[in-house]
Design a protein around this ligand. Structure first.
Ligand code: CP
Length: 318
C-alpha cells in the first residue's frame, strides 16, 4: 500500500513520479497532456452515462468547504458508474487527530481506487500521492493549485474562442491567495495567451510575475480589462485575510468589475469567475448576470472535464 518504505530517497523519487493518472498540478502537466484531456472531456456527456468506471470506488476527501468541485466530481464519477464515498474533515476521525497519511492508508484499505482531495495546505495531495499506489487528484491545495478548475476554464474559453494563443486575458482580484489564478497562469501561458494580472499590492506582490514568462502586472483595473478577450474575476478570500490591512470599500471602488469596466474589454469578451461569487464585492450583480458572463457555464463544464480526469486516472480514457 505504501510506496515509501521509510527511505527518504524513495520518497523524493515517488513525489516526482506519482501514480499514473494522478493530477496534482498544471505546472507539471505538459501542453500535450492538457490538449488530450480537453479532447477527452469533449467526448464526455453526463446526460448520456457510459459505465466506464463500473465497479470503481472514488473517495472524495474534503478538508475544506466546496460546492462546485465536490458535487461535480461526484456527479462525474456516478455518471460513469463508479461508487463514491464522501469523507469530510468534520465528522470523521480527522477531528480526532488522525494524520493525513493515516487517513490515506485507511481510505486505501477500505478499497479506494482513486482519491480526490481538497486540503488547506499546499502540497498535501503530493504527499498523499507519494505514499499511495493509487492515483490522487488535487481538488485544490491551499494557495497552491486547483488543476481541475484550470482545465474546465480552458475548456470553457475554447467554447467561445478559437484558440488560447494570443488571447488577452485579464486576471483581476486576490491573486496572492488564489490557487485558481496560479493554475490558470500555468495553463494559459503554456498555450501562448497574454496574461495581465491586476490587484492591489496586498493581493498581487511583484513576485507574482515570476510565475510564468511574459506576465504583465498592473494596479489599475481599467488598464487590465481594456481590449481583453477574457476577464477572469477572483473572489476576495476573506477566510485567508487574517492580519491583512485591506479596506474593502477602497478595493470595491478600484477593482470591482462593473459593467462600465466590462465595456472597456472587446465586444465579444467573456467574464469568468471560478466561484463562489460575492455579488457587490469583486463584481456587481449586473456583471454576474450579463450576457458576457460564463460563470454558470464554467460550473456546468466542470462535470465533463472531471469525467475525463477520473476516466484518465482509472485507465478508462476512451
Ligand atoms: N471553484 C471552486 O473550487 O468552487 P468550490 O470551492 O465551491 O468547489
Amino acid at each position: 500500500m505504501s510506496r515509501r518504505n521509510g527511505d527518504p530517497r524513495a520518497l523524493v523519487q515517488a513525489m516526482n513520479k506519482p501514480v499514473r493518472g494522478s493530477l496534482l498540478s498544471i505546472e507539471h502537466f505538459d501542453a500535450a497532456e492538457i490538449t488530450a484531456m480537453l479532447k477527452l472531456a469533449r467526448r464526455m456527456n453526463p446526460l448520456k452515462p457510459r459505465p466506464l468506471l463500473r465497479g470503481k470506488r472514488v473517495l472524495l476527501l474534503f478538508y475544506e468547504a466546496s460546492t462546485r468541485t465536490r458535487s461535480s466530481f461526484e456527479i462525474a464519477a456516478k455518471s460513469m458508474g463508479a461508487m463514491t464515498t464522501l469523507v469530510l474533515s468534520s465528522g470523521s476521525s480527522i477531528e480526532k487527530g488522525e494524520s493525513l497519511l493515516d487517513t490515506a492508508y485507511t481510505l486505501r484499505a477500505v478499497g479506494a481506487d482513486v482519491i480526490v482531495i481538497r486540503h488547506p495546505h499546499a502540497g498535501a495531495p503530493h504527499l498523499m500521492a507519494a505514499h499511495l499506489d493509487i492515483p490522487v487528484i488535487n481538488a485544490g491545495d491551499g494557495m497552491h493549485e486547483h488543476p481541475s478548475q484550470a482545465l474546465l476554464d480552458a475548456y470553457t474559453i475554447l467554447r467561445h474562442k478559437k484558440s488560447l494563443r494570443g488571447l488577452q486575458v485579464a486576471i483581476v482580484g486576490d491573486i496572492y491567495h488564489s490557487r485558481v489564478a496560479r493554475s490558470a497562469v500555468h495553463l494559459l501561458s503554456k498555450f501562448g495567451a497574454h496574461i495581465t494580472l491586476c490587484g492591489p499590492p496586498e493581493f498581487l506582490p511583484e513576485l507574482a510575475t515570476s510565475l510564468a514568462p511574459g506576465l504583465r502586472l498592473t494596479r489599475t483595473a481599467e488598464e487590465a480589462v481594456r481590449g481583453a478577450d477574457v476577464i477572469m474575476v477572483l473572489r476576495v478570500q476573506k477566510e485567508r485575510l487574517a492580519g491583512m490591512k485591506i479596506r474593502l470599500q477602497d478595493y470595491i471602488s478600484r477593482y470591482q468589475i462593473t459593467l462600465a469596466r466590462v465595456k472597456m474589454a472587446r465586444k465579444d469578451a467573456i467574464v469568468m469567475h471560478p466561484g463562489p461569487i460575492i455579488r457587490g464585492l469583486e463584481l456587481t450583480w449586473e456583471v454576474a448576470d450579463c450576457p458576457q458572463s460564463v460563470i454558470v457555464e464554467e460550473v456546468h463544464n466542470g462535470v465533463p472535464v472531471r469525467m475525463a480526469i477520473l476516466a484518465k486516472a482509472l485507465g478508462r480514457a476512451r
